[in-house]
Design a protein around this ligand. Structure first.
Ligand SMILES: NC(=O)c1ccc[n+]([C@@H]2O[C@H](COP(=O)([O-])OP(=O)(O)OC[C@H]3O[C@@H](n4cnc5c(N)ncnc54)[C@H](OP(=O)(O)O)[C@@H]3O)[C@@H](O)[C@H]2O)c1
Length: 254
């Protein structure tokens, strides 16, 4: 029996990295998947890959900071697959990084718009669809940055992602009585396009790997397995949780 048989999921940030691997894993576990991001070609490639493996997926390209896009994704899930059970709001950006006095207001607002407002808009439209089913699992991608660890130069990223944890806790309290679980996954350094800024020289890579107790980075597929846990009934008593999947970076002192 597959873990997500008969379920329907929206996965944002599905054109690469963690979202891409999670969409594939959800589909291989029996879920119908609506995949979302701005790059249409990558989404089409993902849908083809899922279908070739016998799964079901549809794509809609757009910007998660756009309210119409958030509602259209839910509409697509309902029209294509009859409802919605899982919302993985994962799309994110590093935003403008550097010393805080150098961060422009626009750079700050862009990070907030994608990482925090995008998460809010996703939830805003996913919740009513889940309420129709009387159950659901909402998952947000946050990070240890700005939560358990402060890094210089990450004001916009850290603040927006810590905001996602506040959003998650509020929603968990609001929706628990109605059968909807809400959690965040907090990956550590993971081998994706977004992480390249941190690991684009051997020295930087060695530094980032050394921050982790496990002394290596994660693969996106490893993070996807933890997302699957939060999406599935395996985590049926878990809600309001900021789940670290961070290779031990948060507790490392070595
Ligand atoms: N990699 C790490 O070390 C790490 C650690 C902790 C947390 N995270 C978080 O993990 C999540 C996934 O990132 P990743 O590491 O898998 O990097 P990635 O491969 O670069 O994926 C980022 C995804 O977000 C999408 N995206 C970005 N801006 C968007 C927008 N405005 N509208 C719609 N989609 C947008 C991108 O697609 P398009 O460009 O096609 O729109 C892409 O699919 C992010 O929220 C990130 O903050 C990553």
């Amino acid at each position: 029996m597959k873990t997500l048989n008969g379920k329907t999921a929206i996965v944002t940030g599905a054109s690469s990295g963690i979202g891409y691997e999670t969409a594939k894993l959800f589909a291989s576990e029996g879920a119908n998947v609506v995949v979302a991001a701005r790059r249409r070609n990558e989404l089409d490639r993902l849908v083809a890959e899922i279908e070739a493996a016998g799964g079901k997926a549809v794509a809609l390209a757009g910007d998660v900071a756009d309210e119409t896009y958030a509602s259209s994704l839910v509409e697509l899930a309902e029209n294509a697959f009859g409802g919605l059970d899982i919302g993985f709001n994962n799309a994110g950006t590093n935003g403008e990084m550097g010393p805080t006095p150098d961060i422009s207001l626009k750079g700050w607002q862009d990070a907030l718009n994608v990482n925090l407002t995008g998460a809010f808009l996703g939830a805003k439209y996913q919740i009513p669809a889940m309420l129709k089913r009387g159950a659901g699992s909402l998952i947000f991608t946050s990070t240890f940055v700005g939560y358990t660890v402060g890094f210089p130069g990450t004001a916009a990223y850290g603040a927006s992602k810590a905001g996602v944890i506040g959003l998650m806790k509020s929603l968990a309290a609001e929706l628990g009585p109605q059968g909807i679980r809400v959690n965040a996954i907090l990956p550590g350094g993971t081998e994706t396009a977004m992480a390249q800024a941190w690991i684009d020289t051997p020295e930087k890579r060695a530094f980032v790997e050394g921050l982790n107790v496990l002394k290596r980075l994660a693969s996106p597929a490893e993070i996807a397995r933890s997302v699957l846990y939060l999406a599935s009934d395996a985590s049926s008593f878990t809600t309001g949780s900021a789940m670290l999947v961070d290779g031990g970076v948060s507790i490392n002192r070595t």
